[in-house]
Design a protein around this ligand. Structure first.
Ligand SMILES: [Zn+2]
Length: 368
């Protein structure tokens, strides 16, 4: 299927801000910022990456809202010039760097809005990724909701029936499923996949560092997820060519190509980015008879939920302690003010000679 999958989606008016000019910071500035970012990655406990279409443009797949993006051109009555199919596209330096950063445990989770399947093609585990808008190389059963990796891109978009049977085979406990497989690509008004979204919520909140790569953060809820960590004291980094919706809330913004940033950051961390390897790409190396499941595991979701709940409990406890301290402080201040007032009045009494005189003398003073 062509990379312009957008043709298959239904008509939708509000596509956000389109075609804003791109910004490029100078090399020295980028170097300095990459050093800061590498340092933050090294010193953070839980790093989550949010990826958008901007990380796949160097693979030949157009973005949506860039100067040559699909929606920007559509507004001008044009179509993007695409020379590659989803089946032929391979992961970029950024995709490969992210897989390596996960393997080396510098990065813990990826939340992607991309449907191109390039994260999957790096050979990364489903345990490390949520795909909020679907994946051209993943199909889902309408009955048991199991997801399976495909060996070629889906032939439809908008969660339509592919006409094939569910691949869940019979086990000791259950008969084989009688469901049908559907593509997983969301249309404009479709709700996001429940488990992917729930996991993304937890992961974005427990992250002490959320890094956004190649997204203008305009689509909700995906674009708002990176800000979840702010409440708990986490940092937000944005790497993008165009300004984004949340630039004002970011702790660090780098305006240059994402590939350049990932190359520099990996170098600073002493990591060499591996080349794309078709042998670990599940869409390539398996025989078509093999079934590869692509499901978020309930246990993993539960573990993330518990971590999130613990963080929330600690946050609420800290806030309650702060409130108590503040109210004690306010009470003490009121008390202190009262004491100062009393003391000042006493002092005024001592200073006033009339107060010291007996009543009859007072009168004398007044008369005199
Ligand atoms: Zn099924």
């Amino acid at each position: 299927m062509s990379c312009n999958y957008a043709d298959g989606l239904s008509h939708y008016e509000n596509k956000g801000i389109l075609g804003t000019p791109e910004k490029f910071e100078n090399g020295e500035k980028v170097d300095e910022k990459c050093a800061v970012l590498a340092d933050w990655i090294k010193n953070s406990k839980h790093v989550v990456i949010h990826t958008g279409a901007g990380i796949s443009t160097s693979a030949g797949i157009p973005d949506f809202r860039g100067p040559n993006g699909v929606w920007t051109l559509e507004k001008q009555g044009k179509k993007p010039n695409i020379n590659i199919s989803f089946n032929d596209a391979i992961p970029t330096k950024t995709h490969m760097a992210l897989k390596h950063l996960i393997d080396k445990q510098y990065v813990h989770y990826i939340i992607s809005q991309n449907i191109d399947g390039l994260h999957l093609k790096t050979g990364m585990s489903r345990s490390n990724i949520a795909e909020l808008h679907g994946n051209m190389f993943v199909e889902q059963c309408n009955l048991c909701e199991s997801q399976f990796v495909r060996f070629s891109a889906t032939t439809s978009v908008g969660q339509k029936c592919l006409g094939t049977d569910c691949k869940r085979s019979a086990t000791l406990r259950a008969r084989s499923c009688r469901g049908k497989l559907y593509d997983t690509i969301l249309d404009w008004e479709d709700s996001l996949p429940e488990m992917d979204l729930e996991m993304s919520d937890y992961q974005s909140s427990i992250a002490d560092l959320n890094i956004c790569l190649g997204t203008t953060l305009q689509i909700v809820p995906s674009g708002n997820l990176p800000l979840k960590c702010k409440k708990y004291g986490g940092k937000v980094v944005i790497v993008n060519l165009q300004p984004t919706k949340h630039d004002k809330k970011a702790d660090l913004i780098i305006n240059t190509f994402v590939d350049d940033v990932l190359v520099k950051v990996c170098k600073r961390l002493g990591l060499e980015i591996p080349e794309y390897n078709p042998e670990i790409d599940p869409t390539k190396y398996q025989s078509p008879d093999t079934t590869i499941e692509w499901n978020i595991l309930k246990d993993e979701l539960l573990t993330a939920k518990r971590r999130y709940e613990k963080l929330n409990r600690e946050y609420r406890k800290k806030k309650a302690e702060e409130k108590l301290f503040l109210s004690k402080f306010k009470k003490a201040r009121v008390l202190l003010k009262k004491e100062v007032l009393v003391a000042t009045k006493k002092e005024e009494k001592v200073d006033d000679p009339k107060e010291e005189l007996p009543l009859e003398n007072k009168e004398q003073v007044i008369v005199g």
